[in-house]
Design a binder for this molecule. Structure first.
Ligand code: GDP
Length: 462
């Protein structure tokens, strides 16, 4: 459907100083010309591309007669030098809800059709203006809630992942070319790479893929967020810690046991990491049916957790219930931190916790003491400090990660065959599969379904 012309409002719905409407497609200038007339008497076709021109905006009334409805600015972008790679006109009018809708309807009356969610970006992708990972990063820019997410999305949007993949792809292609020469001319010494050199080249491709794959731990922690469950016995200060991390009184704090019954959740930044944080009901034996439901929910949240903040009252001596809890939490697969709260009231023995937890932090949720240390620890556990989100290639979603892993597996199979002394041409299929998986990352080889799924998450007008 690239042949038609689409239009949408690109600014959010609601009152605002200005609203921006976008028209893109082969007839963009003709469509926009019906609606927008430059005041300097030149037509849109004649004005300098990429510079705004002032003019009158018209729309048809109920009986189809066109009237002036507003003044505004139009900017023309000629293919391929536009975001979508097609002819595009952007019209800025005053930001009233009715006015914006009227101008949009006028664009439809002039021949455009309503754009689907993410269709401008999808066209940009299909026209080769940006890779699929860059398009995903663009989506993440709109969704970003933390500065670190913004930095990561910005780096991704500038094609850092595509760049890294391209480099590996080119090395694989060189290896493959060399192998094909060997196959086609076995008796001549035409190939520029010996068997050992091919192994060395594939080894370095593998290493590059491995280090790219490793960035997903950081990218996931920043972009998707770590599912983090605060758990512990009643009254140890779980809700106080939750409030301290989210930065406001979101959960009720009292010295009455069993106040938190449902699971509360919020997405927040902790240093560079994004936490999908859950506060849960106190874990203990109870005969209260409602509290028991809360405890069951807490246990379910714990099953899905990537990080468990196990809170203990660190000012009191350890008792049997602490022991039971430490034992049960230490058996869970997630990353675990023992948070010894109420440090302002004194300190119990740390040695006990060291037996069950690799990481222990002493804090006072009430005063905030120790929170920096907790934040540093979480960062250390999930973020590679040597990675610069803005300038390095950092994988930020499971789709990209899966493709890089599958490319790694193919390279590994090719290396195994070569090292086992099999004929050199046996590794061609694997080297080709590795290249194909890399193409999925930037979208050069990706199914229509996946592309549709990705762009369906965008808003209309983007
Ligand atoms: P939860 O039941 O585990 O969620 O615990 P709450 O956060 O509701 O806190 C239980 C009680 O402990 C409340 O009276 C809090 O004011 C108190 N509390 C929580 N954290 C601290 C702390 O760091 N120091 C002191 N002194 N009291 C705290």
């Amino acid at each position: 459907m690239l042949g038609d012309t689409i239009a949408a409002v690109s600014t959010p719905r609601g009152k605002g100083g200005v609203a921006l409407l976008r028209v893109s497609g082969p007839d963009a200038l003709a469509v926009a010309s019906r609606v927008f007339c430059p005041k300097n008497q030149k037509s849109l076709q004649e004005i300098t591309p990429r510079s705004a021109v002032y003019g009158e905006i018209s729309a048809p009334d109920a009986s189809g007669i066109w009237h002036s409805v507003d003044d505004g600015l139009a900017t023309v972008f000629l293919a391929p030098a536009s975001f979508t790679g097609e002819n595009t006109v952007e019209i800025a009018c005053h930001g009233g809800v009715l006015l914006t809708q009227t101008v949009l309807t006028a664009l439809f009356a002039a021949g455009a059709r309503p754009a689907e969610a993410g269709e401008f970006t999808r066209r940009a992708f299909l026209n080769g203006k940006l890779g699929l990972s860059a398009a995903e990063a663009l989506g993440n820019i709109l969704e970003a809630n933390t500065q670190e997410q913004l930095a990561l999305a910005h780096g991704g949007m500038r094609g850092k992942i595509e760049e890294a993949c391209e480099k590996i792809y080119d090395s694989l292609r060189a290896v493959l070319a060399s192998i094909y020469v060997k196959i086609d001319y076995p008796d001549e010494d035409l190939a520029d790479m010996s068997r050992e050199e091919i192994i060395a080249a594939l080894d370095s491709c593998y290493a590059a893929l491995e280090s790219l794959a490793k960035t997903y731990r950081t990218g996931h922690a920043i972009a998707e967020g770590i599912s983090t469950v605060i758990c512990g016995r009643p009254n140890v200060g779980k809700s106080s810690l939750y409030n301290r991390i989210v930065g406001r009184d979101a959960a009720i704090v009292t010295d009455i046991e069993g106040t938190t019954r449902d699971v509360l959740s919020e997405t927040v930044a902790m240093g560079r990491v994004t936490l999908r944080l859950f506060d849960t009901a106190g874990l203990h034996e109870t005969h209260d049916a409602v509290e028991q439901i809360g405890i069951d929910r807490a246990n379910r949240a714990l099953e899905e957790a990537e990080l468990i903040l196990a809170v203990f009252d660190g000012s009191r001596p350890i008792d049997r219930e602490d022991l039971a809890l430490a034992e049960s939490i230490s058996q869970r697969g997630a990353c675990k931190i023992a948070v010894l709260n109420k440090s302002d009231l004194g300190a119990c023995e740390d040695a006990f916790f060291a037996r069950y937890f690799t990481h222990t932090v002493r804090i006072s949720a009430e005063s905030g003491e120790g929170m920096d240390a907790l934040c540093d620890l979480v960062e250390q556990l999930f973020v590679d400090g040597s990675l610069d989100s803005r300038n390095d290639a950092v994988l930020s979603n499971a789709r990209q990660h899966a493709s890089v892993l599958s490319s790694m597996e193919s390279v590994s199979r090719a290396l195994e065959a070569l090292r086992a002394g099999y004929p050199i041409d046996l590794c061609c299929t694997d080297a080709e599969a590795a290249m194909e998986s890399l193409c999925e990352v930037d979208g050069r080889a990706v199914s229509e379904d996946i592309v549709s799924e990705i762009f369906s998450h965008f808003c209309v007008g983007k």
